[in-house]
Design a protein around this ligand. Structure first.
Ligand code: HEM
Length: 470
C-alpha cells in the first residue's frame, strides 16, 4: 500500500470510528434521557425509600400514612385502595397488564411474557369448567408423587420441602396439562421445573443490574443467554402454575407445622366429611375423596386463606402500566407510562379495609393475629356461606388479583393445594425439623425471603414427615 492509499484508509477508518462513536454517544444520551424521564420521581407524590428487603413495611407504612394519596416506592406508584374499582377492569388501552408483565419479567431480555390469549381462555374456560373431572387424576398423581419423592417414610424423614413440593406440583399440573404418560417422564418434569427456575434466575440477574445499564449489558448475562428461546404456551402455563402453587402450599405447611394446634381440628374435619360422604373406590383399590367433599372442608379453606394473608406471593397486586393518563377520584392524575399497583398485603392486614360484620367483630379486630379459622367463622354467618373463600377475589383480598385479569387458575390451584393437604393430614404426620415433641413455635417457622415486592417461601427449610401408622 502506498502512502496516499494508506492515508486515505486511515482517514476512512477515523471517519467510521467517529460515526460509530457519535451514534453510540447519541444512543447513550437517548437512553439516559428516556431513563430519567420515565422515572416516577418526577410525579408529585410522596416518595418512600426502602432497601429491597424492606418493601413490605414501606408499603404498609405508606398505606397508613397516605390512605387517600398515591405514593412512590422504587419504580412503582402505589394507589389507594379506594381507587381499586376505577382501575381493576380497565382495558389494555388505558392500563396494561401485558406491559406490566413484560416490565416485571424483563421480557426484552428474558423473552418471557408474550401475550397468551389462547392460554388464558384455555385456563379460564376449559380448566375451570372441568375442574371436578380432574380431581381423581390429581389424587392419583399425588400418591404417585409422594411415593416417588418421599419414599416409604416409615420413620421420621427430613425433607427439603420446597424442592420436593415443586416436583410434586409439577406431577400434578402435568397430569392435567399434558396427561399421562408424558407428565411422569423425567424429561418433562425437568423441563417444566427448570424453565420456571431459569426464567426467575434470568429475571433476577437483570433486576440486579442498575436499570440504566440494562439496555447495554443485560443481554450478555449468562442467565439471560440460557433462557432466550421461544416461550410457548405450554411452558408459560407451567410457569404460571407450578411456581405460584408450590409457594402457596409451602407457606401453608410452614404455618401448620409451626402451629401444630391446628392439625387436629383440620384432621377431624376431613374425617367427618369422609364419614358423611364415604370414599370413591376406584378400581377396587384406591380410595379417593368424593368431588362434593372438597368444598365441605371449610376450615382447611380458611387455613389456606389466612396463610396467604400473612405470606402472599407479593406485597402489592393488580400491577398495570398506564397506557393513557388516568384521572382518579382522589383528584390525582397518573400520566401515561407509569407502573401502578395496589398495596395487597397492607389491604389484607388492615382492620379498616376488612368486612366487619356488626354482630361479629371478634374475627376482625385482630388482623395481625394468625387466626386460621377467621374465614371459617365469617362463612358460618348467614348469607356468607360462599364468600371469603381461598379462591375468592374481592376488594379485601387481592392476592389472586381482582377484576379483568384475576387469576383464572386460582380454583385449580386451590384444589391442588387442598388435595396435597388432605393427603398429608389424613395419611401423614409432619413437624418442624427436630421438633420431637411436636410443639411447633412461631420463632422456628422458616422465614420467607423478601426481595422488593416479592415474597418467597424459604427454599432451603427442611420439614420432617412420617406416614401415619394404622
Ligand atoms: C396460589 C397460586 C396462584 C397465585 C397466588 C396466582 C396469582 C395470580 C395473580 C396475582 C395474577 C394477576 C392478577 C392481576 O394482576 O389482576 C395471576 C394471573 C394469572 N394466573 Fe395465576 N396464580 C396462581 C396459580 C395459577 C395457576 C395454577 C394457573 C394455571 C393453571 C394460573 C394462571 C394464571 C394466568 C393465565 C394469569 C393471567 C390472567 C390474565 O392475563 O387475564 N395461576 N395469577
Amino acid at each position: 500500500m502506498d502512502l496516499t492509499t494508506k492515508s486515505a484508509a486511515l482517514k476512512a477508518h477515523s471517519a467510521t470510528t467517529q460515526i460509530v462513536m457519535g451514534v453510540s454517544a447519541f444512543l447513550v444520551v437517548f437512553y439516559l434521557i428516556k431513563f430519567f424521564l420515565s422515572r416516577p420521581e418526577r410525579l408529585n407524590f410522596p416518595i418512600f425509600e426502602a432497601s429491597p428487603s424492606e418493601y413490605k413495611s414501606a408499603v404498609v407504612e405508606g398505606s397508613l400514612k397516605y390512605p387517600d394519596t398515591p405514593f412512590i416506592l422504587g419504580d412503582v406508584v402505589v394507589l389507594p385502595k379506594s381507587t381499586l374499582d376505577e382501575i381493576r377492569n380497565l382495558p389494555e388501552h388505558q392500563a396494561s397488564f401485558n406491559k406490566m408483565v413484560r416490565k416485571v419479567m424483563h421480557s426484552k431480555y428474558t423473552n418471557f411474557g408474550a401475550d397468551h390469549v389462547e392460554l388464558i381462555s384455555a385456563v379460564k374456560v376449559d380448566l375451570t369448567r372441568h375442574i371436578n373431572s380432574y380431581l381423581d387424576g390429581l389424587q392419583d398423581e399425588l400418591r404417585y408423587g409422594l411415593d416417588k419423592e418421599l419414599g416409604p417414610c416409615e420413620d421420621w424423614t427430613s425433607v427439603h420441602l420446597y424442592y420436593q413440593l415443586t416436583r410434586i406440583v409439577a406431577f400434578l399440573s402435568g397430569r392435567v396439562f399434558v396427561g399421562l404418560p408424558l407428565s411422569r417422564e423425567e424429561e418433562w418434569i425437568d423441563a417444566s421445573i427448570n424453565y420456571t427456575r431459569d426464567v426467575m434466575m434470568a429475571r433476577e440477574a437483570v433486576e440486579k443490574q442498575p436499570a440504566i445499564m440494562r439496555p447495554f449489558f443485560a443481554r450478555f448475562l449468562p442467565e439471560v443467554k440460557s433462557i432466550r428461546r421461544i416461550a410457548d404456551d405450554q411452558m408459560t402455563l407451567t410457569f404460571a402454575a407450578i411456581f405460584t402453587t408450590t409457594a402457596a402450599a409451602s407457606q401453608v405447611i410452614f404455618d401448620l407445622v409451626s402451629r401444630p394446634e391446628y392439625i387436629k381440628p383440620l384432621r377431624d374435619e376431613i374425617q367427618q366429611v369422609i364419614e358423611e360422604d364415604g370414599y370413591d373406590n376406584i378400581g377396587g383399590k384406591s380410595h379417593k375423596l368424593k368431588k362434593q367433599s372438597i368444598p365441605k372442608l371449610k376450615k382447611l379453606d380458611s387455613f389456606l386463606k389466612e396463610s396467604q394473608r400473612f405470606s402472599p406471593p407479593t406485597v402489592t397486586g393488580i400491577g398495570r402500566i398506564t397506557t393513557a393518563a388516568l384521572k382518579l377520584s382522589t383528584g390525582h392524575t397518573i400520566p401515561k407510562g407509569v407502573h401502578i399497583t395496589f398495596p395487597a398485603y397492607a389491604i389484607s392486614m388492615s382492620a379498616q379495609s376488612m368486612v366487619v360484620p356488626s354482630d361479629n367483630t371478634e374475627s376482625y379486630v385482630t388482623p395481625h393475629e394468625f387466626d386460621a379459622f377467621r374465614f371459617f367463622k365469617l362463612r358460618a354467618m348467614e348469607g356468607n356461606e360462599n364468600k371469603h373463600q381461598f379462591a375468592t377475589a374481592s376488594p379485601d383480598s387481592i392476592h389472586f388479583g381482582y377484576g379483568l385479569h384475576a387469576c383464572p387458575g386460582r380454583f385449580f390451584s386451590s384444589n391442588e393445594i387442598k388435595i396435597v393437604m388432605i393427603e398429608l393430614l389424613h395419611n401423614w404426620v409432619m413437624r418442624l425439623k427436630g421438633d420431637v415433641c411436636g410443639i411447633g413455635g412461631l420463632d422456628k417457622r422458616p422465614e420467607s425471603r423478601h426481595v422488593r415486592m416479592a415474597i418467597s417461601p424459604n427454599e432451603s427449610a427442611e420439614i420432617e414427615f412420617r406416614r401415619r401408622r394404622a
